[in-house]
Write a protein that binds this ligand. Structure first.
Ligand SMILES: [Zn+2]
Length: 239
């Protein structure tokens, strides 16, 4: 079966910190990928740009964020689409759910990766989760023939939030990103002056690799990204 990974982030930088390694690794394995940035994070997640020049316009911040995220996506090797829904607050309408449903229906992902259900530190991340949850269900129906086009139900994961414990994030899937970690570092470097986040996520990848090594005994895992599945995994064998 064709591997197709769809990553949906509320803000244009989210996919880089939380899933750049998984994206690059999937591409290395021959998967087709697509990143959706629901907004540029122009108001709430562009602190360095606003600190630099509080008088700059929202449009100029969006242009910079567009360029940064596009460059990061290029380095990883994935297409990216910007929906420009606005942030802080992001609002969800029937039209936006339909737009996302159409994107999922057209791309037909086999795996979707998005935010965690809870995030007490962020008003937009849980909304992105809700939008994806609804659009995914509308794209695949109830798993039976329906009155509309329905795709095979994609697997669905949450990527790791910034404060995992407080977000109720319980990782159950670790992706070994050792072979593509240089790409994640390069992609993180595109995201402006947020060097503190680059260091933070590099350390996190090393820490998750330590957990992955201890769970699996695979001693060559140097970097990993953690995700949480939202659905049971279906296999034809326990092995
Ligand atoms: Zn975000």
């Amino acid at each position: 079966m064709k591997k197709k990974l769809l990553v949906v982030g509320a803000h244009s930088g989210d996919f880089v910190w939380r899933s750049a390694g998984t994206l690059a690794k999937s591409i290395e394995e021959g998967a087709e990928t697509l990143v959706i940035a629901m907004s540029y994070g122009e108001r709430g997640e562009s602190g360095e740009l606003w600190k630099e020049d509080p008088k700059r316009s929202v449009e100029s911040v969006k242009a910079i964020r567009h360029e940064q995220a596009s460059r990061a996506a290029d380095l990883i090797g994935t297409p990216i689409r910007f929906l420009d829904w606005g942030d802080y607050p992001m609002l969800l309408s029937d039209e936006r759910v339909s737009q996302l449903t159409e994107i999922i229906g057209d791309f037909e992902p086999t795996v979707i990766l998005t935010h965690s259900e809870k995030d007490p530190f962020n008003p937009d991340h849980p909304l992105a989760f809700q939008a994806v949850e609804r659009a995914r269900l509308l794209s695949c129906g109830a798993g039976v023939p329906s009155a509309f086009k329905n795709i095979d139900p994609p697997m669905w994961y949450s990527f790791e939030p910034h404060q995992p414990e407080i977000c109720g994030f319980k990782p159950d899937t670790f992706v070994d990103i050792s072979t593509v970690f240089d790409k994640k570092m390069a992609a993180m470097s595109c995201m402006g002056a947020q060097s503190y986040l680059k260091d933070y996520y590099a350390e996190l990848a090393a820490r998750r690799a330590n957990h992955a090594r201890r769970i699996s005994g695979k001693k060559d895992i140097k970097y990993a990204e953690a995700h949480q599945s939202q659905l049971p995994r279906i296999t034809n064998s326990i092995f």
